[in-house]
Design a protein. Structure first.
Length: 452
């Protein structure tokens, strides 16, 4: 009979799958190392078990102990599976940007989950790095995993993932591309492959808001590069010890939007139901097109499963709210509905400039249409008023008609945003929308920015 003695024995030996549609314009063969076939549906199963077994061997993890770790979800899942089999308790600290599915899955396998804010410094006591360390100090008979600096992380991929890729490609692999978070995968696989063939190129995929790419290229840890981002599982605001920069040949950065869009495309065009980092990885690979030739064999590793992102990257409403997809034509009506200025404020040609200024202050607006008995005949803009005031301090006592500029353009309520945008110039900062009842509404540059 052929069976595994427990679920942990099913980890590894994941398939290589050819990518066809998304890579059709590349000259090379592109193969996906499909890590969702691991029992915890991610590549993190490999290093989770390795870290636990190494900690058991040297006494850091004792029978009946509690495993504590800060995780984006997938390492926690691997640790939790091993804990179930081996009889440990788990406490996982996760940032609030991670998907609800990840948190629910960790709880489903018996782990306690502590959620921390994303947008804080790593040294902040509320950060998931700091909370993890504190809990490990406060919890009796506990072991703090610290996947970022734990050498067993990279060792797991050196011992398993790297050799699998070498064997599966019959030693023909020329490039390895993978998203970088803790650094264990790229460093372990990269070390093994370069020992087999020093000419193999190792490329890391980074995200905007992370420090890896610039640090690799300049040796500078630039805190100005650190800001919150949506992409999960890759990028860091620290330099984990597991990231061996000497093994990595280069990085390419992928935007949150591209990562999300390509996550969907992998599912719809390849049948690959994968996580957010896979979208980053395939887009990063496509950005590296000039690096490949017709004789190359490129392996890209896909970390985790799409089930963890059903409420995010696979939810069109979530995508639409962040401007990642725009399947609805935005019109003038959408713009003025989104505007906070629901009342059209106007001035008459014979009113004084001071009256226009008073209305701008009262309604907190920057532009006012000017009208007379025939309709709209001009416009007042705060920038023009300031310039004219500097030329003539008596301007506030002058009638509007003497200082007004050309009237704002008028569009129909169903005019598309692309058409409206073209009407904004250095000399024109607003557009009027004619409604069906004959009334008008105003759209400003800030209204357009608010819906982009």
């Amino acid at each position: 009979m052929d069976y595994a003695k427990n679920i942990l024995e099913t980890i590894g030996n994941t398939p290589l799958v050819k990518i066809n549609s998304l890579t059709k314009d590349l000259p090379c063969l592109v193969l996906a190392k499909y890590e969702t076939f691991n029992p915890g549906n991610s590549t993190k199963d490999r290093m989770a078990v390795k870290m636990i077994e190494d900690a058991e061997a040297d006494g850091r993890l004792k029978p009946g102990g509690t495993i504590i770790e800060g995780t984006s979800g997938n390492t926690g899942m691997g640790l939790a599976l091993a804990a179930v089999v081996k009889g440990y308790k788990c406490v996982f600290v996760i940032s609030d940007k991670q998907s609800k599915e990840k948190m629910d899955i960790l709880r489903a396998v018996g782990a306690k989950v502590v959620v921390c804010p994303t947008n804080v410094e790593p040294t902040d006591p509320r950060s998931y790095y700091s909370v993890s360390k504190r809990l490990s100090e406060e919890t009796p008979n506990s072991w703090y995993v610290n996947q970022y600096d734990n050498p067993s992380n990279a060792a797991a991929h050196y011992e398993s993932t790297g050799p699998e890729i070498w064997k599966q490609t019959d030693g023909k692999v020329t490039h390895f591309v993978v998203g970088v978070g803790t650094g264990g995968t790229i460093s372990g696989v990269g070390k093994y492959l370069k020992e087999k063939n020093p000419n193999i190129k190792i490329w890391g995929v980074d995200t905007y808001g992370s420090v890896f790419k610039k640090y690799h290229e300049t040796g500078i840890f630039d805190e100005n590069e650190i800001y919150p981002y949506i992409t999960e599982g890759i990028g860091e605001d620290i330099l984990p010890k597991n990231v061996n920069f000497s093994i990595i040949d280069g990085f390419t950065k992928v935007t949150d939007k591209d990562a999300a869009i390509y996550t969907q495309r992998l599912a719809k065009e390849e049948g690959f139901f994968l996580g957010n980092s896979a979208g980053s990885a395939i887009k990063g690979l496509l950005q590296l097109k000039e690096q490949f030739t017709k004789d190359d064999v490129v392996v890209v590793l896909f970390h985790d499963h799409g089930s963890r992102y059903v409420g995010k990257m696979f939810n069109d409403e979530w995508m639409r709210e962040r401007g990642f997809i725009d399947d609805k034509k935005t019109t003038a009506e959408d713009l003025f509905k989104a505007s906070t200025n629901q009342i059209l404020v106007t001035v008459k040609t014979e009113e004084l400039v001071m009256h226009a200024i008073e209305r701008m202050k009262a309604f907190k607006i920057s532009q006012i249409p000017v009208e007379d008995s025939t309709g709209f005949v001009g416009a007042i803009d705060e920038a023009d008023l300031l310039r004219k005031f500097l030329e003539n301090k008596e301007i506030s006592e002058m009638p509007i008609k003497e200082v007004m500029s050309k009237p704002f353009p008028i569009v129909a309520r169903n005019a598309p945003i692309d058409e409206i945008s073209k009407l904004f110039t250095r000399d024109n900062n607003a557009v009027l929308v004619k409604l069906d009842d004959g009334k008008y509404q105003i759209i400003t540059k800030s209204d357009i920015i608010s819906v982009l």
